[in-house]
Design a protein around this ligand. Structure first.
Ligand code: ADP
Ligand code: MG
Length: 259
C-alpha cells in the first residue's frame, strides 16, 4: 500500500487525504504480535508533512509499539513504514532521520545542556563552529539560552523535557516522534508545555507524531487525531470532526462526547 493507493482507498486507511498532500509518515498494514497477542493489528495511516498528529488511545492500545516501529527501535511482523516518501521499513534507527522524545528517555546526566543538545550533531561530524551555532539557535528556540552550562540535575522536569526536545530537533530530523513526553510532569507544567509545544511546532513545522492517552492533550495540541483501540485504528480526523462525528460508541465515550 503506497501513499497514492492510500489516497485511492481511504476506507482501508480510514483516512482521506487530498491527492496533492505530501505525506511525512506513512504506516501501511502494520502488525506486531507478542506470542499470540496482536498488539498492533493491521494499522494504516498517513501523517501529512508538517503536521502535528496525535496518536490517542487507552493504555495498552499499541501506541508505543507503533512509535517504536516507526523509529526503528522495534521491528514489525508485517507491513511497512515510509518516511517522507522513502521506504524506511528495513533501515536501522540511525538512518531513518527520526528524532524522538520519550517520557523516560533521559538526558545524559554527566553532560551539560549544551553537550546534550550537541550530541547528535557531533555524531553527524558537523564542524565545531556549526555545532555551537546550531545549539545556540535551539537554546533560543526552547527559551533556555541561560541554561547552557547546567546539568540535568539542576533543571526542573519541564526544562529537562524542553532540552530533550531540542536534542531531538538538533540534527534536523525528517520526523519527530513523541511518546507521552509530558506524562511524568505535574498538571500545571504539563499544561504549559502543551501550549508551548504547539507554538514551537508552528515555528519548526516538522512532521510530528505525538502519543498520548489524554484526550484533552490530543485535542489541544494536534492538527489531526488518530484514535487507537486494541491495536486497531478506530477513527482519524481533525479534533472537531471526531468531536462532532465520532465513528463509534467507543470513540464517543473515550472522547467524553455523547452520540
Ligand atoms: P500503549 O503505549 O498504548 O500503552 P503498548 O504499545 O506499550 O501500548 O503495548 C500494547 C500491548 O502490547 C500491551 O498489551 C502490552 O502489554 C503489550 N506489549 C508491549 N510490549 C510488549 C513486549 N515486549 N512483550 C509482550 N507484550 C508487550
Ligand atoms: Mg505507551
Amino acid at each position: 500500500l503506497t501513499a497514492s493507493e492510500l489516497r485511492r482507498e481511504p476506507s482501508r486507511a480510514r483516512w482521506s487525504i487530498e491527492e496533492e498532500t505530501e505525506v511525512g509518515i506513512l504506516v501501511r498494514d502494520l502488525s506486531k504480535h507478542f506470542g499470540s497477542f496482536r498488539a498492533v493489528d493491521n494499522v494504516s495511516f498517513a501523517v501529512p508533512a508538517g503536521q502535528l498528529v496525535a496518536l490517542l488511545g487507552p493504555s495498552g492500545s499499541g501506541k508505543s509499539t507503533i512509535l517504536r516501529i516507526i523509529a526503528g527501535l522495534d521491528s514489525a511482523d508485517g507491513g511497512g513504514v515510509e518516511l517522507t516518501g522513502e521506504d524506511a521499513t528495513a533501515l536501522p534507527v540511525q538512518r531513518r532521520g527520526v528524532g524522538f522524545v520519550f517520557q523516560h528517555y533521559a538526558l545524559f546526566r554527566h553532560m551539560t545542556v549544551r553537550q546534550n543538545i550537541a550530541f547528535g550533531l557531533e555524531v553527524q561530524k558537523l564542524p565545531r563552529p556549526d555545532v555551537a551555532e546550531r545549539v545556540d539557535e535551539l537554546l533560543e528556540l526552547i527559551q533556555m539560552s541561560g541554561y547552557a552550562g547546567r546539568y540535568p540535575s539542576q533543571l526542573s522536569g519541564g526544562q529537562r523535557q524542553r532540552v530533550a526536545l531540542a536534542r531531538a530537533l538538533a540534527p534536523r530530523p525528517k520526523v519527530l516522534l513523541l511518546d507521552e513526553p509530558f506524562g511524568a510532569l505535574d498538571a500545571r507544567v504539563r499544561d504549559e508545555l502543551r501550549s508551548w509545544l504547539r507554538r514551537l511546532h508552528d515555528e519548526v513545522q516538522v512532521t510530528s507524531l505525538f502519543v498520548t492517552h489524554d484526550q484533552q492533550e490530543a485535542f489541544e495540541v494536534a492538527d489531526q487525531v488518530i484514535v487507537l483501540r486494541g491495536g486497531r485504528v478506530e477513527q482519524m480526523g481533525p479534533p472537531q470532526e471526531l468531536y462532532e462525528r465520532p465513528a463509534s460508541p467507543f470513540v464517543a465515550e473515550f472522547l467524553g462526547t455523547v452520540n
